[in-house]
Design a protein around this ligand. Structure first.
Ligand SMILES: Nc1nc2c(ncn2[C@@H]2O[C@H](COP(=O)(O)OP(=O)(O)OP(=O)(O)O)[C@@H](O)[C@H]2O)c(=O)[nH]1
Ligand SMILES: [K+]
Ligand SMILES: [Mg+2]
Length: 367
């Protein structure tokens, strides 16, 4: 019997030899949807020990976790040791690191966990090595450092990106603006607010048929691709995670070569061993994480600037703030008084739905 990996290979081969045109677009749409479904099968935890991060996940600490992904011996463990002071074995041979090694730093008042991970190889997403468990850990992080060795071909970057994408991770991207509302009858009603240059209605119909969605309103508000459409249908298994490319070992290249590296978007050239440019890496990390530090001000006293409550982006309402202190606070909550960037008037009264910003100050008034 053909394995899921075999089936994926067959479909990829068929797609490669099918030229995209009006006559083939339905067929190609169908193949893409089939491929996405097979990939999902691979990611579903099974007896063979797929997804889920089994054996590799560690207790999460701090306000956010950053996972280190890369080929063997690019310098992930050296970087963890440099950043956090936690010793993670580093050596010149491949696969030195065999489990997740956690470390933690405090940056701008926020505790941030760093996860050194075993190296992955091409084909990891299809079950080669322990790559699937490793990538599963990265998938639950708030940020990924893709660590690359600048002495290796830059094509490695694309290979790693493919591995993560094959696992449902979407890099430096927000979810496509497509809304699918399923209905009982009436067929497919496709509307778009911008011209669609990558996808035609035949492809959309093929994808929907493959997922057995026969009646639905599909509102497309971006120049979507067929992959974007599938991402929305498979939304549960997709994670949109920011990535920084840590281009390591710059101590071994020339200044001219270094200049070229600075043109790569979202990249930070570093030397883990010498600690070069680590400050810039951490600044980029801070920008990408979009954490919100909220200072508590007890009534009639000064705010506590020493120990902010740190909230994740998208989970930064007054309610999230209360929950992160103690569940019981919600029961006694009357209103909040807020100072800072999130309010128009300083000392504004706010309810639970109010969205807080970084460095806001808050007083909770109880009933
Ligand atoms: N020149 C140079 N060598 C480095 C640098 N960082 C790490 N190395 C060397 O690269 C080799 C591999 O480093 P590790 O930290 O073990 O790499 P890793 O990515 O954790 O490797 P695995 O755990 O095997 O996947 C070691 O010999 C390090 O001394 C660097 O910034 N410059
Ligand atoms: K190594
Ligand atoms: Mg290592």
């Amino acid at each position: 019997m053909a394995t899921t990996v075999d089936k994926i290979k067959d479909i990829e081969a068929e797609m490669a030899k099918t030229q995209k045109n009006k006559a083939t677009s339905f067929h190609l749409g169908q193949l893409k949807a089939k491929l996405a479904k097979l990939r999902k099968e691979l990611l579903t935890p099974s007896s063979s020990g797929g997804g889920g991060g089994a054996g590799f996940d560690v207790a999460r600490t701090g306000a956010a976790s950053v996972g280190f992904i890369g080929f063997p011996s690019v310098g992930k463990s050296t970087l963890l040791t440099k950043l956090t002071g936690v010793h993670s074995e580093a050596a010149s041979y491949e696969f030195t690191t065999l489990t997740t090694i956690p470390g933690q730093i405090t940056y701008r008042g926020a505790a941030i966990q760093m996860l050194d991970l075993p190296g992955i190889i091409q084909g990891a997403k299809d079950g080669k090595g322990r790559g699937r468990q490793v990538i599963a850990v990265a998938k639950s992080c708030q940020l990924i450092f893709i660590v690359l060795d600048v002495n290796k071909p830059l094509t490695d970057k694309r290979v790693i990106e493919n591995e993560l994408e094959g696992f449902g991770i979407r890099i430096n991207k927000s979810p496509p603006n497509i809304k699918i509302t399923k209905k009982d009858k009436g067929g497919l009603n496709i509307t778009s607010t911008v011209p669609l240059t990558h996808i035609d209605h035949d492809e959309i119909k093929a994808v929907m048929a493959e997922y057995r969605i026969l009646s639905a309103d599909i509102a497309i508000r971006c120049d979507a691709t067929v992959d974007d459409l599938i991402d929305i249908i498979e939304a549960k298994s997709r994670s949109y995670i920011p990535v920084i490319y840590a281009l390591n070992k710059i101590d071994s290249i020339s200044i001219e070569e270094l200049d070229l590296l600075y043109r790569i978007p979202n990249a930070c050239p570093i030397s883990s061993e010498h600690g070069w440019n680590i400050d810039e890496l951490l600044e980029m990390m801070w920008d990408k994480l979009q954490l919100k530090r909220v200072y508590t001000k007890p009534k009639g006293r000064l705010p506590d600037y020493e120990a902010p409550v740190v909230l994740k982006d998208g989970r930064n309402t007054v309610e999230d703030f209360c929950n992160s202190i103690h569940k019981s606070i919600l029961e006694q909550f009357k209103h909040a008084i807020v100072w800072g960037r999130s309010v128009k008037h300083q000392g504004q009264l706010c309810g639970l739905n109010h969205v807080l910003e970084d460095e806001d100050i808050i007083t909770i008034v109880k009933k």
